[in-house]
Each structure stands twice: as structure tokens, then as C-alpha cells.
Ligand binder design. Structure first.
Ligand code: GLY
Length: 588
């Protein structure tokens, strides 16, 4: 069997500042600029050619994980089978980004029905959580990492239930067989990757806050190094239990008790997650949210994610503009940047878990509304002021702007199987290493810090405030682009709230600029969310600084830690992996 191997990150890892953050002192714009995950240096690698295949393809952030998925697909497994194998392996070898202790959103194309759907495996706030979860006794928001580290930030994990549900519905291979490669590698030990080693070293102080976590990542007080063999017997045991008893054993019984004891018993910052929260967790199947762009429908995850709405709004506002001058053109960047700013203004005001607050999804993606917002871009300078619009809605809305902090971590998996099914899943434990609490060999998420720490502003409630049972707003943007009723692009990325910009750029690169998936994944980033234009340091994007400055932007050169995994579906499958991470593409 001939498998093709794509770009694999190697070489030095760029060091990045990730200092402790004080939201009050710093303000949202500043603390959203921190990145606890590092990226491999782009300058060290060329773009390479996309991987090509004819039957199936899998792209994800670690070679062990991609290999596990490829083995399943090569043996006739479905994308759902491969998703299980990839995710449980990522939880071992890329533990800082995603795993059983986290949540995920899946966009799924069912080839048999010719239909798209989405699965919401987002974490939920415990029933005992209140809107003041992240406020001190005076009502002031906590400092970000004071909220993150410990049990307070842990939401009920959804990834295990999502995997079980899609496997039950779309899988062909035996559940236990899909967990076995990760179980075996956990027991035998895997070689620590350069990126994981760098992240452990950067985060050593916070990892030391929990004894179990410290013992695993900092044995004898020393951070694990690249190439060290790391054995994870608790994870092997967890997978053995889940293989024998099914995912139900995650949500009730000994494992559930251990999760609750770990969260409630966290030394300095205990949380309120209970066994009832685990027992009542449910994955929600929701309709895909789609927006027209050129001759395509760009489809993704609706609330509680802001991903599909913000990507769709940005593209929708650009419909009337010619972007063919390409990524180095200042006007093109001005248009994309200000469309994104307008989308972020709506996102901050209106988007939250739609099972708790009414969200004007249709109004926000209405072509006439986007044309009206897009008309604001017609000048030749950066917009001086950007605020939320008034999308059509049959509810009266009076929300204050939220201010959730989403720092980059997370992982994205793209899969096409030989039956034509497509999976686009973004998966996370939120911050790098999540809450830093470990149980059963996996890290628990800090997803609850994706809620707004403030619940009100001048008496007006914030849509994305904490409420019991609610799911925090996300930026994860797993995407399937459709053309003439068939999937043509699978896309998604990690990167906190910059996920939206990374995914949007990849789609524009492939549709407007004619790039292949590898070129689109490698393309230097320029991202605007709140006004300042972030330009990817050490790349050609930095050359935009003078031109963007001349039309009124502040610019900021910095590492931009995407992890795009892209597949283009045409006469062949073509895949690209982001050279900023350690991922590869395999196909046959
Ligand atoms: N925690 C990252 C996101 O959900 O957007």
C-alpha cells in the first residue's frame, strides 16, 4: 500500500511569551494576544507539495495519530472509526491540546444521505455553577490563570460521548479495536515530541500545581525532554476500561468518581463538577450553519460556537469585493481585516449557547444584512470605529459586549473515507494543558473560562455569561465547504479566537487565490479581530506593516500558532498539514 507523507514539522521551536495575565490590568485586547502554545518556525520549512490520494485521506496534528487513523481507513473503516482512533491517540501524544477530558465539535457529511450535520460535544457548566464563578467577592473578574488552574474551570467533558455517539451511528469497526493502538502505545511509551517538550518547559510552574500532573510531565521535578520515552499506564488502563465497558464507563462509576474527586479536591482552586453533571451529559446534534461564498456554501458549527457565523459573516461581507490581487495586497488585507472586525463585533454581542439565550443566527447570515455590513468596507482606510450591527430577529435583544478570553491551544482533524463520508472535527481542552489537573492519564479541560468572566456590564447582561448547564461560546470552526451539493474542502484549525481568521484565510486562499491545501496551510497569517492587525513574525506577512499602517492600522508582528489541516476533494484528494505544528497527511 502506497501512502503519501506530507509536511512534518521539524527543527527548532520558536519561544513565545506567555506571561501570567491580569485581565483587569491588561484589558481584553492585550490578554487575547498571548499564546501559551508555541509554533514551529515557518522560516525553517518550505511549503512542499500537497499529499494526493484517490480513496481516503486523514490529516491531524501528530504522526502517531494520523497513522492510527490511516490504518483504520486502509482496512475499510469509516471516517467515524478513524476519528475515534485519531482522537484517543492525540490524547496520548498531544495531551496539551485535546483529549478525553475535553470537548469537540464535529461537522459530518453523510455520503449515503448526501447530507451535512453537526455534533456538539462541548463541555457544560456544572449545575452548581453560578454567573459569579469567575468573579471575586467584590464581583471583579479573576485573573485569567487564577481561574484556569485547578478545578473551578473544569466543565463536563463531551469528547468521549461524541466519539461514542458517532461511532455508534457511523462506525463499522469494533469499538475496542479502535482504542487498542493508543492503549498499546500508552503502555509501551512514546517518544516526547519537540513541541510537547517545549510546551512542558514553558508551563512547568503551572504544571507543578498538581502532584499527579507534575509526576507525569516533570518527573523528579525536571520537564520531560524531546525524545524521552513517556509511559502513561493510567491512560492505558482508562482505555482498557472504556474498551471493555464502553463510553458509559466515563460518565458513571469509578472513573466518573475520580474525575469529580480531582475537580472538587483541587488544592487551591476546587471546582463544583459533580457526578450528576457527568451522568446527565448529552451530545447535541444540530443543523450545520451555512453561508454562501462565491459558488460555494461554507458550512460549519453554529452556537455554542461562534465559528461558522463569524467565518460566514466575514466571507459574506467580502462577496461584493474582488480579492484576486492576493494576500500581499494591502487593499485585500484591509477588506478581510475589517470584515473580520465587524464579524467579531457581532460575535461579542450576540453569540452564546443558543439553548440558553436567543441568537439571531439567520439574521446574522442574511445576505442583505451582510451586504449592508459589507458596504461599510467601501472606503480606502481602516474603519475608525466598529460596533455590533442590528441583524433581523424576532426577539428583542439587549446584550452587553462580552469579553471571554480564548488563548490558542486545541487541535483539528480532517478525514475523508473511501465511502465518501467527511469528518471535520476541532477538539480542545481549551488552554494548553487545560486546568492542569490529570486523572485517568488525561488532562481535564478549563473550557469554562471561555465564558465571559463578567456577567453584566452597567446592568446589562452578557449573553455568554456563566449559567448552570450552559456551554461556553467557542471559536472552533470545523468547516466543510460544499459546491453543487457535494463537499469540496475540509478545513479547520486551533488558535483560540484567531481560529476564525486562520480558517477564513485558508478558504479564501483555496477559492480566490487558487492555492492547493498545502500552500493554503503554509500561507503566512495576517489576522484582525479587534483592530490591531497581527502579522506573522518572520514571514512575508511582516512586509504588510507599512501599507497597513498607511491606511490606519496598528500592526503587531508576532507568532501566529495555527494548526490547519486541509483536504480538497476533487478528481483526487489533496491534503495539507500546517507546518507550524507536528502534523502530517496520509492518504491512499
Ligand atoms: N477553547 C477554544 C474554543 O473553544 O474556541
Amino acid at each position: 500500500m502506497a501512502m503519501c507523507l506530507a509536511v512534518m514539522a521539524q527543527g527548532a521551536v520558536a519561544q513565545q511569551a506567555a506571561d501570567a495575565v491580569d485581565p483587569e490590568a491588561a484589558g481584553v485586547g492585550v490578554f487575547e494576544s498571548l499564546s501559551p502554545e508555541v509554533s514551529a518556525s515557518l522560516a525553517l520549512k518550505g511549503a512542499g507539495a500537497p499529499v494526493e490520494a484517490s480513496q481516503w485521506m486523514v490529516a491531524a496534528a501528530n504522526p502517531h495519530a494520523v497513522q492510527a487513523g490511516a490504518d483504520v481507513l486502509a482496512a475499510g473503516g469509516t471516517a467515524a472509526d478513524a476519528l475515534v482512533a485519531v482522537q484517543v491517540m492525540l490524547g496520548l501524544v498531544e495531551p496539551q491540546s485535546s483529549g478525553l477530558g475535553g470537548g469537540a465539535f464535529l461537522v459530518w457529511y453523510d455520503a449515503e444521505r448526501g447530507a451535512l450535520t453537526t455534533y456538539d460535544g462541548r463541555e457544560t457548566a456544572p449545575l452548581a455553577a453560578t454567573p459569579r464563578l469567575f468573579q471575586d467577592a467584590t464581583g471583579a473578574p479573576l485573573r485569567f490563570f487564577d481561574a484556569v488552574v485547578g478545578g473551578r474551570s473544569v466543565g463536563t467533558p463531551g469528547t468521549p460521548a461524541l466519539l461514542a455517539q458517532v461511532h455508534e451511528r457511523y462506525g463499522r469497526h469494533a469499538w475496542a479495536d479502535l482504542l487498542e493502538p493508543a492503549r498499546k502505545l500508552a503502555a509501551a511509551g512514546f517518544s516526547v515530541s519537540p513541541r510537547l517538550a517545549q510546551l512542558v518547559a514553558n508551563d512547568a510552574e503551572r504544571l507543578a500545581a498538581s502532584d499527579i500532573t507534575a509526576e507525569y510531565f516533570l518527573p523528579a521535578g525536571v520537564p520531560v525532554a524531546a525524545g524521552d520515552r513517556l509511559v502513561n499506564l493510567p491512560y492505558a488502563h482508562t482505555l482498557e476500561v472504556l474498551a471493555q465497558q464502553g463510553m458509559g464507563a466515563f460518565y458513571a462509576g469509578d472513573l466518573a468518581k475520580s474525575i469529580v474527586a480531582t475537580v472538587q479536591g483541587a488544592k487551591d482552586n476546587p471546582g463544583v463538577l459533580s457526578e450528576v453533571d457527568l451522568a446527565i451529559y448529552r451530545v447535541k446534534e444540530r443543523p450545520a450553519v451555512c453561508a454562501a461564498y462565491r459558488a460555494h456554501e461554507v458550512c460549519g458549527m453554529g452556537p455554542p460556537s461562534s465559528g461558522a457565523i463569524a467565518v460566514g459573516q466575514t466571507l459574506g461581507m467580502l462577496q461584493g469585493y474582488d480579492l484576486s490581487a492576493g494576500p500581499s495586497d494591502v487593499t485585500v488585507r484591509r477588506l478581510i481585516g475589517d470584515a473580520a472586525r465587524l464579524a467579531f463585533a457581532d460575535r461579542g454581542r450576540f453569540v452564546a449557547d443558543s439553548d440558553f439565550v436567543p441568537v439571531p443566527v439567520e439574521g446574522m447570515l442574511e445576505p442583505s444584512y451582510l451586504a449592508q455590513r459589507g458596504a461599510l468596507l467601501a472606503g480606502d482606510r481602516a474603519l475608525e470605529e466598529v460596533s455590533a450591527g442590528s441583524p433581523a430577529f424576532d426577539h428583542a435583544l439587549n446584550w452587553a459586549d462580552g469579553e471571554a478570553i480564548e488563548l490558542p491551544s486545541t487541535s483539528h482533524i480532517s478525514i475523508v473515507d473511501s465511502y465518501g463520508n467527511v469528518a471535520s472535527m476541532t477538539t480542545t481542552i481549551e488552554n494548553g494543558f487545560g486546568s492542569r489537573l490529570m486523572v485517568g492519564g488525561f488532562l481535564l479541560n478549563n473550557e469554562l473560562t471561555d465564558f465571559s468572566f463578567r456577567s453584566h456590564r452597567e446592568g446589562v447582561p452578557i449573553a455568554n455569561r456563566v449559567e448552570p448547564g450552559k456551554r461556553p461560546r467557542s471559536s472552533m470552526s470545523p468547516t466543510i465547504v460544499m459546491k453543487d451539493g457535494a463537499p469540496v474542502i475540509v478545513a479547520g484549525s486551533p488558535g483560540g479566537s484567531r481560529i476564525i481568521g486562520y480558517t477564513t484565510q485558508a478558504i479564501i486562499a483555496m477559492i480566490d487565490w487558487g492555492m492547493d491545501p498545502q500552500q493554503a496551510a503554509t500561507l503566512p497569517h495576517a489576522v484582525n479581530r479587534f483592530g490591531t492587525y497581527d502579522l506573522e513574525a518572520g514571514t512575508s506577512a511582516e512586509a504588510l506593516a507599512d501599507g497597513l499602517g498607511a491606511v490606519g492600522y496598528e500592526t503587531n508582528a508576532r507568532a501566529l500558532t495555527s494548526g490547519l489541516h486541509l483536504i480538497a476533494i476533487g478528481d483526487r484528494l489533496r491534503g495539507g498539514a500546517d507546518p507550524r505544528r507536528e502534523g502530517i497527511v496520509l492518504g491512499e
